[in-house]
Design a protein around this ligand. Sequence first.
Ligand code: PLP
Length: 318
Amino acid sequence: MQPLDRSTIWPYRDGEPGDFYYQRYAHPTGVEAERALGELEGGEALLFPSGSGAITALVLAELAPGQTIALAEGAYYGTGALFRSLERWGLRFVEFDQTAPPPAGADLIWLEAPSNPFLTMPDLEAATAHPGRVVVDSTAATPVYLRPLEHGADYVVHSATKYLGGHHDLLLGAVVCADEAAAGRLREFRGRTGIVATPDSAWLLLRSLKTLRPRVERQTATAADLAERLRRHPAVERVRYPGFGGMLSFDIRGNAPRVERSLKTIMNATSLGGVDSVLESRSRWEGDRVPENLLRLSVGLEDVDELWADLEQALSHA
Ligand SMILES: *Cc1c(COP(=O)(O)O)cnc(C)c1O
């Protein structure tokens, strides 16, 4: 394994700073993790202390006051909430249906593949035909299922807290840039603002990337199976599943909080992408933006029959 180097300083060589001299600007574990992620996405990766930190840095570094983001409606709730809090700094944002072309005049098109928790996929072709630059939050797809830069996107964003980290023990974010100059601007901004990820976080990402593919492939197999079983269940009104990945959402006939509280092996908790399955009603966070009876399930690595047994008994309390 790459050694974990927690140094904040490194000695100058012959009186000159080398590649590493002060941790805020770069550290060897971070550079190694960025190389690994950049290779997976086919671009230049930069780590940030969380997905939200990555989004904040990207928007502040690449946009100016008065510019507009077209945000996919139904995207991660926190992304819209974050853009709203930046409105007083001059950021504008509008929402649009990401399965259709983005609105004219947007400077940055913000897509999510697939959206969390509605599981729609963006029309990447329509977005990249628009003159605005294109960001794909690819947290749920992971580079195993989608490499947005190959489709003409300018930036990929990850909450590495989810599938890339994969164990519910790492808070981390990333931006992967298609363009080297954009990566350079973002790196400069990151060093100045100090929105940087620690060596420990970078080391955990390196550990996790070794198992990314088998984890998400197994999660896909289990999630696809559970989506089918849920579709046939009389207490389930609607299932949303894009056909890949470990996240799905479904609307139940009955009381969502009662189903949540009846779970025995699936954890009733927020977040997604880990080796342990978690389920929650999203209306507690998102209010009436989501159906009251919507449950989001993130499938872990447990046995599919064990998960189904728990869902079935919990649904009997709906
Ligand atoms: C969780 C999440 C984020 C925010 O990431 P944090 O690491 O929690 O800051 C952004 N986008 C998506 C799609 C997410 O699921």
